[in-house]
Write a protein of this length. Structure first.
Length: 65
């Protein structure tokens, strides 16, 4: 596989995962912003929450196979 093909394959595989993380992160950030006054803490918690949610979905998907 050439390096160009590897990049295209990575974009095909990683693209949906990144979009899903963004879809999860946006509402979590909006909800956390109401309760947490620090934007740094809000962003960190939102990112952590989206990674945990993505891991949970991945485990459910893998367990169902």
């Amino acid at each position: 596989m050439t390096p160009g093909q590897e990049v295209i394959l990575l974009m095909i595989i990683a693209g949906p995962v990144l979009v899903a993380l963004l879809i999860i992160t946006l509402p979590v950030t909006a909800l956390l912003a109401r309760w947490v006054s620090s934007s740094i803490v809000t962003g960190t918690l939102a990112a952590l929450g989206s990674v945990v949610a993505a891991a949970a979905v991945g485990m459910l998907w893998h367990g169902g196979r």
